[in-house]
Design a protein around this ligand. Sequence first.
Ligand code: ATP
Ligand code: MG
Length: 602
Amino acid sequence: MSQPTPATAAPDTVKPSNFLRQIIEHDLAAGTYAQRRWAGSPGDAAHHAAGQPDPAKIRTRFPPEPNGYLHIGHAKSICLNFGLARDFGGVCHLRFDDTNPEKEDLEYVTSIKDSVKWLGFDWNGSATAAPYQASDYFDFMYRAAEHLIEAGFAYVDEQTADQMRVNRGDFSKPGVNSPFRARTPAENLARFREMRDHQHEDGSMVLRAKIDMASPNINLRDPAIYRIRRATHHNTGDKWCIYPMYTFAHPIEDALEQITHSICTLEFEDQRPFYDWLLARLIDGGLLSAPAPHQYEFARLNLTYVVTSKRKLAQLVYDHKVTGWDDPRMPTIVGLRRRGYTPEAMHLFTDRIGVTKSDSWIDYSTLEGCLREDLETRAHRGMAVLNPVKLVLTNWDEVMGAGHLEACTQPALPHPAEGVAPPPDRHFTIGKEVWIDREDFEEVPPKGYKRLFPGNKVRLKGGYVIECTGATRDADGVITEVLATVVPDTKSGTPGSDLVKVKAAITWVGVANGVDAEVRLYDRLFSDAQPDAGGKDFIECLNPNSLKVITAMVEPSLAAAAPGQQFQFERHGYFVADRVDHVTGSKPVFNLAVGLKDSWGK
Ligand code: ATP
Ligand code: MG
């Protein structure tokens, strides 16, 4: 069964299929999850049995650990999980996977919620819902553990960690049964309750599932499911001194939330047999409702010139290699946002890279291309001079009148997308003196050079045709002013203005109304395409030239930009207004988002 598409949908808005969409289409056609019930909140079998038939056709989830800021890899997972739920009449849960009692920060929780919202999604079925928290399920998890013990599927092991590791065996050697494996359920239950009741030291024993120490899948060789850890949990405080292991907690979290399709990255593939083993036993025991959620694995995003591991990103922050989680060079969602990325560009990117079952590397330029494509039709244009030198129009006073400033206008958006009303024009003035880029003048022009050199005419974009007459230099030979004359009656947009032919138009900013701006020219954070591959020290791969700060001259329309607003600086690239840094000054600040063309490596 294919997904019905609205009759009005343009062909390019139809999502390309992928193996997950095909699975879901198949499940919907087969009615695999049609009998599920939903009681309005997560819960066990009895809870959901008392509920309604689930109005959500599928349930997916995005389960971050709130121990850092989300990165571009998480963005892929968010777009995938929330996107599938949206497209198939389902719901995607935001669940904080907080079963680890390690220090968690409200800062991370807040920023994760912000990032999901920024990407255009809300969770748990409503914009106002609270995200789910895995730690709310500790009571059930404990009950599930006791059930396994009573049913003979779990035992308390008092071997040391070293003994356990040795006895687990390896790929070529089967494991050896623990001497504690043959304890009776009653003995195990008593022991487990002692663990719970603070009667044993951290690390002195663990609860293990009793499966098969000779299994070719090492994850099935009696995995640990509960450990003793005296740590205060941000949600449950000191209630527990035993905490579930991730591999035990995660399937239970999915089942309590009636997740249908539990989508994770490939490294969890070997965990799937345990996921299924555990849920089958808890369903058999009547604790959880059937059908069980099913785990599917997809290839994580590997992006060149980037690291995507919260731990490594945290190291960059805490070692001050960057200015913070939202440094515009960071691949975090907050960093990308400050770099000028839009939610639309992120969606385009995740659609374009697709979902596969085998690992590969995506080139960073693919991401940049998506931003360029999105901003092309939306970012307002503006002129900025990044490396300014003054150009003096020596005949201006004579031809135009002493001190005259001529008003000019240019469209903010020359080619708005279809159906989009063009924004108001930009206004600026031209006078005797304007700023131009140093690179736009050559005393002795190289072959093919079409811009300013003595005797050549160019157009000042949106202004007049001018003819270059030379330049003045200081004692060191550095050009201090470029000299030219204005050609009367050539103002852009006036009749006959194009009678004087020129081969180039250059961008400029009037000295009378140009504004100083701080421009941050960002480059890739790493100079190595795979900074953390093959045992490399990613810190050694940092690009020493990833930031250059300059003072540019910008036209007045840009000076009024609100932080977060993107522009195309004509001929230069896309830039985004940043918050003004009151420490270094009060000039408007712009971050380079992406150049106009892919110039990396050329
Ligand atoms: P990290 O190593 O950066 O901490 P993680 O996988 O441990 O990543 P979680 O917070 O546990 O981080 O991840 C939440 C979800 O995001 C998981 O479902 C995980 O599969 C997914 N995810 C994390 N990194 C990537 C990636 N690079 N590509 C796609 N999905 C990812
Ligand atoms: Mg993790």
